[in-house]
Design a protein around this ligand. Sequence first.
Ligand code: PMP
Length: 437
Amino acid sequence: AVVPNDLNAFWMPFTANRQFKKSPRMFVAAKDMHYTTSDGRQVLDGTAGLWCVNAGHARPKIVEAIARQAAELDYAPAFQMGHPKAFELANRIVDIAPKGLDHVLFTNSGSESVETALKVALAYHRVKGDGARSRLIGRERAYHGVNFGGISVGGIVTNRKMFGTLLTGVDHMPHTHNLAKNAFSKGLPEHGVELADELERIVTLHDASTIAAVIVEPVAGSTGVLIPPSGYLQRLRDITKKHGILLIFDEVITGFGRLGTPFGADYFGVTPDIMVTAKGLTNGVIPMGAVLVSSEIHDAFMQGPEHVIEFFHGYTYSGNPIASAAGLATLETYKDEDLLTRGAELAPVWQDALHSLKGEPHVIDIRNIGLVGAIELEPIAGSPTKRAFSAFVKAFEDGYLIRTTGDIIALSPPLIVSKDQIAELIDALRKVLRSID
Ligand code: PMP
């Protein structure tokens, strides 16, 4: 494949992308666990693309389903019309979802799924005649995509500060990770119940009857694999239930097997009212997201004669045929290969491998859960240079794709990763850590 000389027209305005354009790292092909670069090198995928290619790259069933669908029925309007595969996919998602979440709204991305969830939550209370419930609560260090609702409830300063007032009536709980540092935590740290009581404080401050929903990632992914202390999510569930507040889980990363269970809700044994998904739904191959809601929410909108309640929401591409075909083939692949629970089987091997990096240069914390992990490096005092970014560049040169966020290296290999490949990836990282300043 030819790499264009001029890379200016395609603008992705992240700072890191400016560095990328100076020394492009281009992929031209991918198969199973590996990418091929434009200079012909093989790179082991330690991040499932961007936490999405859970079944590995170019899986035959998915490739064939997309090609077949594109030739057979490429597009069908999503309003007042449909096609069978969207309905079938909704059913298959409900089959594997936590009990009680049994209706699906389709979107095209994680960001759109977040907006959809927030709109459903606000509209639900109005439909119930409880229009005073308009406040939303997110968390510090939360990532919920880049659209307006998502950056409003999200807690990453750099994603918020350029855009004015955002949504009003939003509060942020402190992130548990800031309150109780879980250095070298194997499994879950303690004190979850106490930390969740922060929500009670906000609820008391604003009066529970003004709060519509609380949104959290069961495990915060993009901000560095921040694992909730035990009891935390259950306590959030108890508090929200007690006050009539909806609980939304953003499972864009934790969904579809990443924690060794179909969803994070299964891992923690806590069912939200609304669940936000994307990424792994179509194995990252075609843009698609899905928002699952409880019967109670769905039924509230369906009461009374038709068209009495007008909740206008949906996209040109909601449940589009090619994405639906990709989703169905992806879920079949997960099922055929038991991938939604494979992370649980690999978790002990993954944990031991990751924690073998304890004591390596710069490492100050290691966290793991399911088939996801983080290695936190000591910041270089007084310098914007991040060691983790140097590690990323070096690892890429050596043939390994890792991800960095600030001083944290995040890992989330495709769920088809072998034990040997886990060992290979971690050994490569050990070498990288020893080679950077
Ligand atoms: N929510 C979470 C938890 C995410 O991790 C992401 C993406 N990393 C998003 C939302 C946004 O998804 P997208 O980039 O598909 O819009």
